[in-house]
Write a protein that binds this ligand. Structure first.
Ligand SMILES: C[S@@+](CC[C@H](N)C(=O)[O-])C[C@H]1O[C@@H](n2cnc3c(N)ncnc32)[C@H](O)[C@@H]1O
Length: 440
């Protein structure tokens, strides 16, 4: 295990003398060959060759057309060079990297478990302390650091602020999606911060792996339910845990997944397509009264009985297999939506999705079990997208507050006008936060 921070020097020939403690650990565990590279050009990464080959092996599982994978490989290969430690434990830093990472004179060598990061001392201090200061200000500071570029993760700045992300530590994203929040957490926790990322959807996970390729050495991504966070952590406490509940835009926008009535597709709606009943199975199997209860309970739909009756009649004629057919049937039964602009099938689709994936089952207990995995002072942030879910989060957090946890949000954070304009899907989001106090 490579850990700690050791000063070192770059000599006039551009060679780094690897500090002795690190050198002996590397040579005994992995040998003398290293891959010397960088992703941003800001600092140098030294990977023992065996560690780098393992990263390449994991990357090979991601489709080679994926833009994030290509970008990552372009960058590491642009800077990268294989080199060996000489007899005095020195390694040559390529000129390009010496220039971009300001490698001259005094540097800091940080142990990051299985590889080293070499920083220009001044740049490292600036980065660590600038970030500490920015944490105490409003979310705007995170935005100005460019953490939002290129994705539409909901309430991103507010989430980082609530989680108090800082360099180092172990962070958990229990609902990875396309990794927008996770990437921001990894950036804000560099150098040294690690992330355990979970998603129950294997297809989404493969995409997140590509998006997060540049952080592969600091992440562990698993196809798993967030209800299994304690088991996935295996006893190691976390500094912060994030749950951004529901489905991602990528899932919603893919007609093949069957979540949306906007485009026709198979009526599936399973987040994990390897198991369980589809929405079509339920719609064609459940007795009419049970179907009405599902639509009423999980969709808060007043016309639930009428919709269930029409579905029961229509499926007699022919089983309902597609999103477009179900949307048409519901439209005919429910009439115009009470809220202007809301498709009449919105609530029924939400209800079926919640039922298919058991989304509310065990959420309360999962929050409690996850909260108990936090270090003292550690934080949890949860984003909910509908009132049923948010009610469970609110009640779960209140129960934890009676046991020595501290509520960070008396009222939930909601997206402002600007965010809702940029990303209309964010409009119903509510973010709540909790901190574990000493002794809780
Ligand atoms: C709203 S998206 C997360 C978006 C993500 N924060 C981002 O920035 O890209 C929710 C994700 O959680 C996943 N998910 C939903 N329920 C889950 C569960 N019980 N366990 C693990 N993942 C779950 C979904 O598959 C989806 O990918």
């Amino acid at each position: 295990m490579l850990r700690g921070n050791h000063p070192a020097r770059i000599d006039e020939k551009g060679r780094l003398k690897v500090p002795n403690g690190f050198r002996s650990a590397i040579e005994s565990q992995w040998g003398q060959e290293l891959f010397v590279t960088s992703v941003t050009g800001e600092y140098v990464r030294l990977y023992p060759m065996a560690v780098w080959l393992e990263i390449e092996r994991r990357l090979a599982e991601v489709p080679s057309t994926h833009p994030s994978k290509l970008r990552f490989l372009d960058r590491v290969n642009f800077f990268g060079q294989v080199a060996a430690l000489d007899k005095q434990g020195r390694i040559v830093i390529p000129q390009l990297l010496r220039e971009s990472a300001l490698m001259a004179g005094e540097v800091s060598v940080l142990g990051l478990q299985n590889h080293l990061a070499v920083w220009n001392l001044k740049r490292l201090q600036e980065r660590l302390f600038k970030k500490e200061r920015s944490r105490t200000r409003t979310g705007g500071s995170w935005r100005s650091m460019g953490f939002e570029a290129g994705h539409t993760s909901v309430l991103l700045a507010e989430t980082l602020e609530l989680l108090a992300v800082r360099p180092g530590g172990l962070w958990v994203d229990g609902t990875l999606g396309l990794g927008g929040h996770a990437a921001a957490i990894l950036r804000a926790s560099a150098p040294g911060g690690r992330l355990l990322g979970l998603d129950r959807d294997g297809e989404t996970l493969a995409r997140a792996r590509a998006v997060l390729a540049e952080f592969a050495d600091r992440t562990r991504l698993e196809q798993a339910d967030y209800r299994a966070i304690p088991e996935q952590l295996g006893g190691e406490p976390a500094n912060g845990i994030l749950l951004d509940l529901g489905i991602s835009s990528a899932q919603l926008d893919d007609p093949e997944r069957g979540f949306s009535f906007q485009a026709d597709g198979p009526l599936d709606m399973r987040m994990d397509r390897s198991q369980g009943e589809t929405a079509a199975d339920l719609v064609n199997r459940l007795p009419e009264s049970e179907l009405a209860d599902v639509i009423y309970q999980y969709g808060e739909e007043r016309a639930s009985r009428r919709i269930a009756r029409t579905i029961a009649r229509e499926r007699e004629r022919e089983p309902i297999r597609s999103t477009a057919r179900l949307a048409e049937i519901v439209r005919g039964a429910a009439g115009r939506s009470r809220r202007p602009g809301l498709h009449p099938a919105t609530r029924t689709f939400q209800a079926l999705r919640i039922r298919v994936n058991g989304e509310l089952a065990g959420l309360g207990e999962a929050l409690e079990r996850a909260a108990l995995c936090l270090v003292p002072g550690g934080r949890m942030a949860v984003i909910a997208f509908h009132s049923l879910e948010d009610r469970i989060v609110k009640q779960g957090f209140r129960a934890l507050a009676l046991r020595g946890f501290r509520l960070l949000t008396k009222k939930p954070f909601r997206p402002g006008e600007e965010e809702t304009r940029r990303n209309p899907r964010a409009r119903s989001a509510r973010l709540r936060g909790l901190a574990r106090e000493e002794g809780a």
